[in-house]
Design a binder for this molecule. Structure first.
Ligand code: ARG
Length: 460
């Protein structure tokens, strides 16, 4: 006796090679709870349509509950002969209910079922991704709060550029995570459309109620077009784009941590619980979490481009190609589910070396722009100020000195505009204090940012 959902017109079973190619139950079994939720809603609709008696509905719902419990505790498992999750669950229902189980398939196709299941799965799991992002943003925010007054070298081209607050750098990463959270909220509005009722592609001649089913499953509405309902995978592609962009953000944070923990930077030491060792070099302490967040971004980008390639030029409505939508989606969810907690723990427990940061901040002539702007405030054209400070840098560099090692005479020699009061901006503290524009790295602007970021994180 076959469990296949088709076979009436076929003279024998499928070839072994076909069965092996076509089976998806080993990965789509993750959809079982969502498929069962859809089945409950569908059973109620069949009852209201007069196609299931009250007694039959009662038995059907009881069997579905039992099946759900058996799936959860492993008493019911799919076999390799079950083509997919829908096949396996129909077998489970028939085993518990006998012939009555065969009534549930009326008005429904695996095409609208699978599209519904994947939307339900993804809307559910996107909430977990959002929680992971919120936790990481919180860890970064707490480190920023703790180190809000610590200066650091701000970099462009990975060269010392201008002094910043270390908190400002950490909060920059929080901003990208907040945009990702916003993207997920926005994505959900478009994902919250129910395909159930579309059948294979054309709707149904049975008096179903797709609107009620949509509501019961937590969707905001049912699909406007039954062909689109079974063909559309925008929700999956868009989610994979968000996941890929999250991956890119995590990779940029990861790369910075790799740099910060290097011997050459020495800004940060990772907690032992979030670092790894070497099998040969006893002294090694490596930042594998940060490296994996760099590395796994490639895989998240691959999931997106893979699905887009699958969808490209695919004729409407359903084609079996669409079965390829699920593995990239599951992989993206599971990859982020591993990455985010590890990164969060690593950031939350990392030790920041304030002394190293303080010492390193003014080096590399990082205060040159501040001197130029000081000259501008004295009425010197910026073009001229730039030249003057350039000459100052050249003089100091020649002697292997920093700008504040230059004597009053040295300064006067470079330009008469450089009187000794320039020393007020030749300090990191002065330079930071002078940054008063909104969004800047000045202490007041950063304090505002800390407050706003905290509110924003709490809002998700
Ligand atoms: N397992 C398929 C999928 O994941 C759903 C089944 C649709 N199959 C079909 N022959 N119409 O997309």
């Amino acid at each position: 006796e076959t469990t296949r959902l088709w076979g009436g017109r076929f003279s024998g079973g499928p070839a072994e090679a076909l069965a092996r190619l076509s089976v998806s139950v080993h990965f789509d079994w993750r959809l079982a709870p969502y498929d069962l939720a859809g089945s409950r809603a569908h059973a109620r609709v069949l009852n209201r349509a007069g196609l299931l008696t009250a007694d039959e509905l009662h038995l059907m719902l009881k069997a579905l509950d039992e099946l759900e419990k058996d799936c959860a505790d492993g008493a019911f498992t799919p076999t390799i002969d079950d083509e997919d999750v829908h096949t396996a669950l129909e077998r489970g229902l028939l085993e518990r209910l006998g012939a009555l189980g065969g009534k549930l398939r009326a008005g429904r196709s695996r095409n609208d079922q699978v599209a519904t299941d994947l939307r339900l799965y993804l809307r559910d799991h996107a909430r977990g991704v959002a929680q992971g992002l919120t936790d990481l943003a919180t860890a970064l925010h707490e480190q920023a709060e703790t180190h809000k007054a610590v200066p650091a070298p701000g970099m462009t081209h990975l060269q010392h550029a201008q002094p910043i607050l270390f908190s400002h750098q950490l909060l920059a990463h929080v901003q990208s995570l907040l945009r990702d959270l916003d993207r997920l909220v926005d994505w959900d509005k478009r994902a919250a459309v129910s395909p159930l009722g579309a059948g294979a592609l054309a709707g149904s001649s049975l008096p179903l109620d797709p609107e009620a089913v949509a509501k019961e499953l937590g969707f905001t509405r049912n699909a406007e077009n039954s062909i689109d309902a079974v063909s559309d995978r925008d929700f999956a592609a868009e989610f994979l784009f968000i996941a890929a962009l999250i991956g890119v953000h995590l990779s940029r944070l990861g790369e910075e941590v790799v740099l910060w923990t290097s011997q050459e930077f020495g800004w940060v030491t990772l907690d032992d619980a979030y670092a790894t060792g070497s099998s040969i070099m006893p002294q090694k302490k490596n930042s594998d979490i940060a490296e994996l967040s760099r590395g796994k971004s490639g895989r998240l980008i691959g999931n997106l481009t893979g699905l887009l390639a699958t969808l490209k030029a695919l004729p409407l409505a359903y084609d079996r190609d669409l079965q390829e939508d699920k593995e990239p989606v599951f992989d993206a969810v599971e990859t982020l589910g591993l990455l985010l907690p590890a990164l969060t723990g690593m950031i939350a427990t990392m030790q920041v070396h304030t002394d190293v940061l303080e010492k390193s901040t003014p080096t590399g002539f990082a205060l040159a722009t501040d001197v130029a702007e000081w000259l501008v405030r004295k009425g010197v054209a910026f073009r001229d100020a730039h030249e003057i400070v350039g000459a100052m840098v050249a003089k100091a560099a020649q002697r292997n000195d920093e700008l504040d090692d230059l004597t009053d005479d040295d300064l006067a020699q470079v330009s008469p505009h450089l009187d000794p009061s320039v020393r007020e901006v030749l300090s990191v503290e002065g330079a930071l204090r002078a940054r008063t524009t909104p969004g800047s790295t000045g202490p007041e602007a950063v304090a505002v940012q800390l407050t706003n970021a905290k509110t924003a994180i709490a809002g998700f």
